[in-house]
Write a protein that binds this ligand. Structure first.
Ligand code: URA
Length: 237
């Protein structure tokens, strides 16, 4: 296939994936503007008291609803569900891909080698693991650490959405391709996403490389450091 054809195909795939995220109105879910005020011929009645947003669920409620999840095939092979852990009022949240072997055994996110590197990344911006919240796109380990399947992501995503809505952090760091793409609703490769701020439901998102990638490619640590400096500055505002 010619280079031009391959580029055209890649572009079409990217567009198709984007269009799949649109609402019935043909707009990205978080781009729907508030309804325009309706012009009135008569004087408007006094403004009602501001409508209070319903209180967010607690993380305990989200965890209770997840229960002994059997929503996808990963339930058959997992040892423990990895809900995620950290501060329920964290201003900084990390989202990874899925539990690995150590996480599956312990029921905790990022406790293996990649997790130790994540601890160093957190401490490099003068925070502690307990200050942040760490979760994954998937709550169960894919066998042999294979990539998440689309249906697994779809079954699991309401729980990550509800965790984010409960914590309402100032910044979310998306670790690696699956988290970056999920948070930013895009199919762009992580090499393209990394280092460019985006938003998830109005929350700032910094996509960066996954710590497991850094273990294999230590030269990329400097890029992650650049991204984390941006995150540190956002948190200082
Ligand atoms: N890799 C991830 O993406 N998440 C974990 O919890 C551990 C390793």
């Amino acid at each position: 296939m010619s280079d031009e054809r391959a580029l055209l195909l890649a572009d079409l795939r990217e567009r198709a994936a984007y269009f799949a995220t649109l609402t019935d109105l043909g707009l990205p879910a978080d781009a729907i503007p508030a309804a325009a005020p309706v012009a009135r011929a008569v004087a408007a009645p006094p403004a009602p008291a501001a409508v209070q947003a319903p209180p967010a669920e607690t993380l305990e409620q989200v965890r209770a609803d997840l229960g002994d999840c059997q929503r996808c095939v990963l339930a058959r092979t997992r040892t423990k569900i990895v809900f995620g852990q950290g501060s329920p009022t964290a201003r900084l949240m990390f989202v990874g891909e899925a539990p690995g072997g150590d996480e599956d055994e312990q029921g905790l996110a990022f406790v293996g080698k990649a997790g130790q590197l994540l601890t160093k990344i957190i401490e490099a911006i003068n925070l502690k693991r307990d200050d942040v919240f760490i979760a994954n796109v998937l709550k169960c380990r894919p066998p042999g650490n294979r990539n998440p399947e689309t249906d697994e992501i779809l079954q699991c995503q309401p729980f990550l959405e509800r965790q984010i809505a409960s914590i309402r952090p100032t910044v979310i760091v998306g670790l690696g391709k699956f988290a970056g793409q999920w948070l930013l609703k895009t199919m762009q490769p992580i090499t393209r996403l990394r280092g460019t701020l985006g938003t998830y439901n109005g929350i700032q998102v910094m996509p960066t490389y996954h710590p497991a990638y850094l273990l294999r490619n230590p030269e990329a640590k400097k890029d992650v450091w650049e991204d984390m400096k941006v995150v540190r500055d956002l948190l200082a505002k």
